[in-house]
Ligand binder design. Structure first.
Ligand SMILES: Nc1nc2c(ncn2[C@@H]2O[C@H](COP(=O)(O)OP(=O)(O)OP(=O)(O)O)[C@@H](O)[C@H]2O)c(=O)[nH]1
Length: 680
């Protein structure tokens, strides 16, 4: 039976609730590009263009781009019945950004030369990695059967860490293009995106992309779509986003298959805050969806969430860059910023509703979005403490534009002052790390990613510990009577049957618990596992790719806390804990990790004038130990054998030196040792 049929709407809605409770909410944004001196709104769209090869064989005639005055007049003449708000959702790399680019060209919103200019202008983490981390939006005008249609397109990120971007995009859309790669077929994120859209009653237009590839197998994908999602194969649009083949049929399918938004321009303003980003000159810019009413420069509006009042400075649309408009109307998606500008990104609460001052009591707020919940934590320290301020400035700048990153000051005996940062997932964390490393090179130390732990004490009080160094020691009597919990995820894995055995072995080896296994095509399997989040963070995705020759795909959602046998593993150097090297892990992993730590740390510590003992311990129990023999400086080499007094004096001095260092436990370890140890 199909996924849709089997699961049913109730199940899917439950799935949606769970996935939104994960609170993924990435907002990597534009000032990142602004820091390179780029215009914020121009750069937002650049992500759409970054992976796009110039279209050499267009199979469609693109429409011409109107002047700003023509644009405004044309938009004003379009009734809400001819609006279509839609997004493109797909598994990672199935071609969303490339297809979006083709649609922009087709509607005359960009020209090939615009695209090339932007491609040349941009250099950023997403482009280097070829992934989208941020939903990008754009308005287009499309002439269909003689009438203008106002289309609002959202290109969503494919990677699971940025799912909140997709969830939020759905709030401003009436439908979605569900894009599937003709050679790969349905993959993990196709399944989860389908469920998300299905649960929100969104109209779906199935699109099969990459039909130009020699390995494309369209009948197979059509069959998968029908059996798994009960989608009518006859409704699928077959395209090559790369060559442009078939793309001309897509927008008629959007106009006919996706319903127009519902709203009344004459009612009081009801405006949902979908996204926001920081601009150095304008302050916080809001991406909004108008449900009712209209908004224009000079209007006084109020946030129903915070009660704060603002005067509108400018309204406009992304076309594809910020294009001012006189007015935004019910059903439209556009941007708004205030004058004076909103200063703090925290004041822009995603999911908040705005209305006109005076209408607060008559407008019902929209349901809103869940707050983001960080899942992966790392600590960052400057290698040289004199770099602290410089590093603080750039971390603050990055966090200002990515509200889903949490930031706290941290201090480590070993590494000095630094910060503890929380992220939505491993990719989110590594994109941020890359960004910091690009700017600071070897002058930054970043600790291994960890997940939080929940402690429920005997008196039923609870504590969530994000920094393992602050996890109570086993000598603390309260922890001995406490119950410990670790976060779990529900992982959905798709894999060809031939790798099934190895994937199951990997999941079980990572403490996974199988929930279901089903074939969704003759040789394709969907597996569902409950897995500890700590295992996921420990590069489960990379390992999965390894055992399946790159064919397995993974998607996950928060599955809450589970009771677990956790212990705190610490690294001691001459009996002093090295607080930067400390983990709360499952008891079964202690021996392996303990041995690994001491062996690896030994490699990075130079011999000293005294013996250095490296231990991995759980409480008082030593799990593994390594010793670095003292470096016996041959102070006597040059002395004549008969000079006994001088010989004794020198030996005494050397012994004294060793004793002093040992006595204070002050093993001098070069920071680069931590850097080499902590970098994988
Ligand atoms: N042969 C072929 N390649 C394509 C086609 N569409 C996209 N690609 C290629 O597939 C790769 C991924 O395309 P993107 O548009 O970045 O995919 P995406 O889904 O936006 O990626 P994420 O946003 O990171 O999930 C790029 O190398 C594209 O050039 C197509 O129709 N045919």
């Amino acid at each position: 039976m199909s996924l849709a049929g089997r699961a049913g709407r109730a199940w899917t809605r439950e799935w949606l609730r769970n996935s939104s409770s994960r609170g993924l909410n990435h907002n990597a944004s534009t000032s990142r590009w602004s820091s390179h001196g780029l215009n914020a709104s121009t750069s937002r769209w650049s992500l759409l263009l970054r992976t796009t090869a110039p279209c050499r064989h267009r199979n469609y005639a693109s429409q011409t781009k109107p002047t700003p005055a023509q644009l405004e007049a044309r938009i004003a003449a379009i009734p809400i019945e001819r609006y279509r708000n839609f997004c493109i959702v797909a598994h990672i790399d199935h071609g969303k950004s490339t297809l979006s680019d083709r649609l922009l060209e087709l509607t005359g919103t960009i020209s090939a030369s615009d695209a090339n200019k932007q491609i040349l202008d941009k250099l950023d983490v997403e482009r280097e990695r070829g992934i989208t981390v941020k939903a990008q939006t754009c308005t287009m005008i499309y002439k269909h059967n003689g009438d203008d249609y106002l289309l609002h397109l959202v290109d969503t990120p494919g990677h699971v860490d940025f799912r909140a971007e997709v969830t939020r995009s759905y709030a401003s859309c009436g439908g979605a293009l569900l894009l599937i790669d003709a050679s790969q077929g349905i993959q993990a994120q196709t399944v989860s995106n389908f469920h998300l859209a299905f649960a929100q009653d969104l109209a779906l237009v199935p699109v099969i992309n990459k039909i130009d590839m020699p390995s494309a197998d369209v009948p197979r994908v059509l069959d998968q779509m029908e059996t798994s999602f009960e989608l009518d194969p006859k409704k699928a649009v077959l395209v090559s986003a790369k060559t442009g083949k078939g793309v001309g049929a897509l927008l008629p399918a959007v106009v006919e298959g996706i319903p127009h938004p519902v709203g009344d321009e004459n009612k009081p303003l009801k405006m949902l805050l979908v996204d926001s980003w920081y601009d150095t000159f304008k302050g916080v810019v809001l991406l909004v969806r108008l449900f009712d009413g209209s908004i224009k420069t000079g209007d006084n509006v109020v946030s129903l969430g915070t009660g704060m009042k603002y005067t509108v400075g400018q309204v406009g649309i992304q076309y594809p860059n910020a294009t001012p408009q006189t007015v935004l109307r019910a059903g439209q998606v556009g941007y708004v910023y205030f004058n004076p500008g909103m200063k703090r990104i925290q004041d822009a609460k995603l999911g908040d509703t705005f209305t006109t001052v005076g209408d607060e009591d008559i407008v019902e707020p929209c349901p809103g979005f869940e707050e983001p919940k960080p899942m992966v934590f790392v600590a960052a320290f400057p290698t040289d403490q004199s770099d602290y301020t410089r590093l603080a400035d750039s971390i603050n700048q990055l966090v200002l534009n990515d509200r889903s990153v949490t930031l706290q000051k941290d201090f480590s005996e070993a590494l000095g002052s630094g910060w503890r940062l929380g992220f939505l997932g491993s990719l989110h964390c590594s994109v941020f790390q890359d960004r910091l490393r690009q700017e600071h090179g070897k002058s930054i130390i970043i600790t291994e990613p960890t997940v939080p732990t929940k402690i429920v004490y005997a008196d039923e009080s609870e504590e969530v510990v994000q920094n393992p160094a602050l996890f109570p020691d086993s000598s603390d009597h309260r922890i001995r009577a406490a119950t410990l919990y670790e976060p779990y995820v529900k992982a959905t894995i798709t894999v060809p049957e031939e790798y099934l055995g190895r994937v199951i072995e990997l999941c079980e080896g990572n403490r996974g618990e199988q929930k279901s296994l089903e074939f969704f095509h003759t040789d394709q399997v969907i597996l569902s596992y409950d897995i500890p989040a700590s295992q996921l963070v420990d590069d489960l995705f990379g390992k999965l790719k390894g055992v399946s020759k790159g064919y397995a795909t993974l998607d996950y959602e928060d599955a809450g806390w589970r009771q677990s046998k956790l212990v705190k593993l610490q690294l001691l150097v001459n009996r002093q804990p090295v607080d930067a090297i400390c983990r709360v892990i499952h008891s079964t992993q202690v021996d392996r990790l303990g041995r690994q730590w001491v062996t690896k740390f030994k490699e990075h510590v130079d011999r000293q004038m005294f013996e250095v003992v490296i231990q991995a311990v759980v409480g008082n129990k030593v799990i593994a130990r390594e010793t670095i023999k003292p470096f016996r400086k041959d102070v006597l080499a040059k002395l004549h054998a008969s000079d006994i007094t001088r010989r004794r004096k020198l030996l005494e001095k050397q012994k004294e030196g060793r004793k002093r260092l040992r006595a204070v436990g002050n093993v001098v370890i070069d920071q680069s040792a931590f850097q080499s140890f902590l970098s994988k």
